[in-house]
Design a protein around this ligand. Structure first.
Ligand SMILES: Cc1ncc(COP(=O)(O)O)c(C=O)c1O
Length: 509
């Protein structure tokens, strides 16, 4: 079987491998029952990553061309609908091979390499014997489902149905007014007209990126940061420059230097409950960041997904609170504090920025669901919201403490970690000799899944680490998960196999 991969092509390697194997299967070169080389053997043979092979095999399986047999391997399985007869007199096999080639050659204008890689890696981690500390999700048992159900029902049977008509791209006026009012707690003066409702913070980041960031623009990001934001800016063709984060937030001294050097269009920051480190930027750095933006005409995209979950005292004022010229675009999320499934977020911005974002929202999906906006507004305006927040905050604080205690008890001396002031995650700094994928794979062997750190970093160089999330697990499970990860790290150290494999890191600059 001959497989030619073109490494200079725009077509991703996994799609080339998939197309080549699909051709061989449909053409009969690989007959039913043939065992494909193992993922590891194929990756070694072709000099490509394990993930690339897994993605290609997955795509073949999704089409019914192969099937995986647990513990035995991957076999050509000729699904009658997907697999034409070898000696097809009508030439259908040849036609399909041509179509496969054409499909594989379609240009990809939107790529999401990090989130895709994360999902591929974690696909095998959702098993009962694996403790899943890999995703920073809230605890579903704390969701206010009864309250939301009641409000939803009332909206449908009691309210004037005209609220379900086509709505404004800016969103429900009541919800916008609520968000504007609540901004006061973060030191932001806003009116309902300064607010636009989005489908989650993720769409807010996407709208801002597609409105203001173009190919070749420099974007400064915290390193590590929220991996989907890296995908979004990457999809715009932006050049990403990482700025390290310490326990006091983004390294503002480095921002000052990098702003001079790259003249970035934008800086993306998560100043409170930074994902994945959990750190919170101190007030002085927030003030200086806003000042740098004004002096250098740089936009700041400030992501506030869950500052409500600050565990010691109150979060400092938002960066936007120090914005005198309209350079800061503030984004508020409700996925962590209410439920992710409603998909609501809000953007607060200066009027001239806002009008352009409203046009983008209108082009993207016209407006957010009016039923969901109405429901969320009524819940947020009820007294129950603050009570639920306080309860969830104390649960999450105890879980954070359980994770910190377990790290202290079990981790070897060479391992350090951040101490989150807020949010759902912390970052474990690995010894230099251990790569994030080695830690991830070692953890999986011990029965724990962590977030492989290279996916949160825009480019080399390390230091590398892994993300651990604590919000959705009971304390004893968190403790056991950390113990397993510590065992894995010690084992890798003992075997002395930890080598830094630079090729595992994604370079975008
Ligand atoms: C920092 C950060 N921003 C944005 C998001 C996405 O939020 P949403 O669900 O509102 O799109 C997340 C979700 O994990 C996040 O951690």
């Amino acid at each position: 079987m001959r497989i030619d991969l073109n490494r200079t092509s725009d077509v991703p390697l996994y799609r080339q491998l998939h197309a080549s194997l699909a051709r061989s299967i449909r053409g009969g070169e690989l007959g039913p029952g043939t065992k494909l080389p193992s993922v590891r053997a194929m990756s070694r043979e072709l000099g490509i990553s394990l993930i690339t092979v897994v993605q290609a095999y997955d795509a073949l399986a999704a089409e019914g061309l192969v099937h995986a047999s647990a513990g035995r391997g991957t076999f050509v399985g000729c699904h009658p609908a997907a697999c034409s007869p070898v000696d097809d007199a009508d030439g259908d096999a040849g036609d399909q091979a041509g179509a496969d080639e054409w499909l594989a050659s379609l240009p990809v204008y939107l790529t999401a390499p990090r989130i895709f890689e994360m999902e591929s890696l974690l696909k095998f981690a959702r098993r009962p014997d694996v403790i899943y500390l890999a995703s920073g999700t809230p605890d579903a048992t704390l969701f206010p489902v009864r309250a939301i159900g009641r409000i939803w029902h009332r909206a449908m049977v009691v309210e004037d149905p005209r609220f379900l008509q086509y709505g404004s791209p800016r969103g429900d006026a009541n919800l916008r007014a609520w968000i504007a009012g609540r901004c006061g707690a973060s030191g932001i003066q806003a009116r309902a007209d300064d607010v636009l409702i989005t489908s989650g913070v993720q769409q807010a980041i996407d709208l801002v990126a597609r409105t203001f960031v173009g190919p070749g623009d420099y974007v400064l990001v915290e390193s590590p940061t929220f991996l989907t934001a890296l995908d979004i800016f990457g999809a715009r063709g932006a050049k990403l420059v990482g700025v390290p984060v310490d326990s006091r937030g983004i390294r503002i001294d480095m921002v000052a230097t990098l702003v001079e050097r790259f003249r970035p269009r934008m800086l993306y920051t998560i100043p409170t409950a930074q994902n994945p480190t959990g750190s919170t930027m101190v007030e002085d750095r927030r003030r200086r960041l806003a000042d740098l933006a004004r002096r250098h005409n740089m936009l700041i995209l400030e992501d506030d997904s869950c500052s409500e979950f600050t565990y010691e005292g109150d979060a400092p004022p938002a960066v936007k609170a120090f914005d005198s010229g309209g350079h800061v675009i503030f984004v508020k999320g409700f996925s962590k504090t209410v439920v992710p499934g409603l998909r609501v977020g809000g953007i607060v911005a200066h009027s001239s920025v806002m009008s352009r974002l409203a046009e983008s929202k209108s082009v993207a999906d016209r407006f957010a669901s009016t039923l969901i906006q109405r429901t969320l507004w009524r819940y947020l305006s009820s007294r129950q919201y603050d009570r639920d927040l306080a309860m969830a905050r104390s649960v999450y604080r105890r879980r954070r403490d359980a994770m910190l205690r377990a790290l202290e008890t079990h981790m070897p001396a060479e391992v350090t970690w951040t101490r989150p002031d807020a949010g759902f995650n912390l970052w474990v700094n690995l010894p230099r000799s251990i790569s994030p994928t080695e830690a991830f794979e070692g953890g999986m062997k011990e029965g724990v899944a962590c977030g492989p750190g290279h996916l949160f970093i825009p480019h080399v160089p390390p230091p590398a680490g892994v993300r651990l999330s604590f919000a959705d697990k009971p304390e004893h499970v968190i403790a056991e998960g950390v113990r397993r990860l510590a065992t894995a790290i010690k084992r890798i150290q003992e075997q002395g196999s930890g080598r830094l494999r630079e090729s595992e890191f994604v370079t975008t600059v």
